[in-house]
Design a protein around this ligand. Sequence first.
Ligand code: PBG
Length: 337
Amino acid sequence: MSGPASLGLGDYPWTRMRRNRKAEWSRRLVAETRLTADDLIWPVFVLDGDDRREEVASMPGVARLSIDRLLDAAEEAQGLGIPAIALFPYTDPALKTPDAEEAFNPDNLICRTVRAVKAAFPEIGVICDVALDPYNSNGHDGLVRDGEIVNDETVEALCKQAVAQAEAGCDVNAPSDMMDGRIGEIREALDTAGFANVQIVSYAAKYASAFYGPFRDAVGSGGALKGDKKTYQMDPANTDEALREVALDIQEGADMVMVKPGLPYLDIIRRVKETFTLPTLAYHVSGEYAMLKAAAANGWLDNDKTLLETLTCLKRAGADGILTYGAIEAAKLLQDA
Ligand code: PBG
């Protein structure tokens, strides 16, 4: 073996990458990314009634909860140090209409949930989804006129929905609809209504993804959906377009932006974070969660390790926060670790 003089700096055997990995203490010391409960947002599904819990078949471990039960869940999340929950409604099919008016009813399920959660746990962040699909009899995020999902009229409805949620006391509006110009219009509507401090998390780079299937079961919009969402959500083939979407939403006033789905879109998370350096969230969506649960149920993957690895990788890619149905599980695992 030749000595160091004949070797370039960093050559084997003088350099051995495995030295830093030889023991747990050393691996901990050099870890670049550390997942904590502070990074997690827990999406939850709410339904009408009292003391109700309905399992979502395609999302093992996830249930739709009535408001009273959801309060217990919010308390658990808060106790585990999870900063925020994101609310999604399972709307009674009888309340769905082609114009989705229930979306801006100040007494709709979401507004009642926000009031109850903020009264009981003022400290936990409450994020409300802004989009018409849970209320729309045709399952689309926007209004449909002659088969077209119309943009500007939808944006007016979204503004009313956002203001109703802000009046109920939500901390964050999260428009997930992908209409053009909605961030600026919603910002203006919120400010005009006296809600300058309500944050906007924009689902800025949201793809027309098949990974949302289980979510649509959970909110009961899947059966209703006619056609697909490709005229408003992005083509999974594109990445430059994501940067344009994010740039526009920042210009219009978004406080944070989101990339969705998560794991298949790590490159987008990375580009968005590096380009804009503003708080960037990733959504570990229902289908990603369902895949993990299905494999774990078969004994093919270790649930706990795979979940923590997945969330760590999303953070490593650049996500400052991650929406995941596994938030409670992950927070407990992190606590035990
Ligand atoms: C609705 C909305 C969807 C999700 C969040 N908000 C579904 C969709 O766009 O069809 C998906 C979340 C998930 O799959 O976990 N605007």
